[in-house]
Ligand binder design. Structure first.
Ligand code: ADP
Ligand code: 5GP
Length: 240
């Protein structure tokens, strides 16, 4: 195992938590970095499981002690990845999965260009709105203004999709989970840190992963970007 860092970003409500939980269940030797945040726990969240919930004062102390690999302010709260997760995963020879926003992803890519970045898109703005409201109901409800703000923020975050290595559209959960898994398997094999069970496993992973490479996904995501009023920008030539 190479100690590769996988970054996953997505607008809130796209299904990133659901997807990363599936990925952790299905792919061995992938540690999850539990972030620190100053926001309050939501629903059934527990300290030390989904996040470490800390005060702003504690967060600032951690910044001054240079304990974060990256940190950012998202929706008025601070979020950060502790360096110790990186060191711990590397010492165990495991890969590390970061669920972080677009600002954090940029910081990590600048420091670690070899990290693999994946942007998860919802199938459309309408579906994202439905998922946000549905999740809110099952967690006891969120203020309407929170949902509205997250929808507005989604378009801003999606504007950054072009900075990522791979794009996964989370439409059918099973399909998107297969795609994420294929990306990790393919990257491991490419970096000679994984073992394919068979030549068929390798070519399946390669086929699925290549399809999601930024350049190869451009055409498929055109309609999704349009639903968020996000410009596609100049076409990137597809890799062979
Ligand atoms: P995020 O972590 O991106 O904010 P969640 O994982 O909490 O999003 O998912 C938001 C809501 O959408 C949840 O209610 C979840 O069950 C649902 N969801 C996630 N993925 C899918 C999918 N592929 N199809 C339908 N519903 C989904
Ligand atoms: P939520 O509050 O919905 O769990 O997360 C809000 C946003 O913060 C999501 O986009 C999530 O990826 C991001 N986030 C969670 N942890 C971190 C982190 O450690 N660093 C950064 N930069 N963003 C994070």
């Amino acid at each position: 195992m190479s100690g590769t860092v996988y970054i996953i970003s997505a607008p809130s409500g796209s299904g990133k938590t659901t997807l990363t939980n599936e990925l952790r269940r299905l792919v061995p030797n992938l540690e999850f970095s539990i972030s620190y945040t100053t926001r309050t726990p939501r629903g059934s969240e527990q300290n030390g499981r989904e996040y470490f919930f800390v005060s702003r004062a504690e967060f600032h102390k951690m910044i001054s002690r240079d304990e974060f690999l990256e940190h950012a302010e998202v929706f008025g709260n601070y979020y950060g990845t502790a360096r110790r997760f990186l060191a711990e995963a590397a010492s165990k020879g495991k890969d590390l999965l970061l669920d972080i926003d677009v600002q954090g992803a940029l910081q990590v890519k600048q420091r670690m260009p070899e990290a693999v970045s994946i942007f998860v898109l919802p199938p459309s703005r309408e579906t994202l709105e439905w998922r946000l409201r549905h999740r809110s109901q099952s967690e006891g409800g969120q203020a309407e203004e929170v949902i509205e703000r997250r929808l507005r923020m989604a378009a801003k975050e999606i504007e950054n999709y072009g900075n990522y290595d791979y794009i996964v559209v989370n439409d059918q959960l099973e399909q998107s989970t297969d795609e994420l898994k294929a990306i990790v398997i393919f990257e491991r094999l490419r970096r000679e840190s994984g073992e394919a069970a068979s030549a068929a496993e390798f070519s399946d992973a390669q086929r699925l992963a290549e399809r999601d490479r930024l350049a190869n996904a451009q055409e498929r995501i055109r309609g999704i970007l349009a639903s968020f009023d996000v410009d596609q920008g100049p076409a990137v030539s597809a890799k062979p």
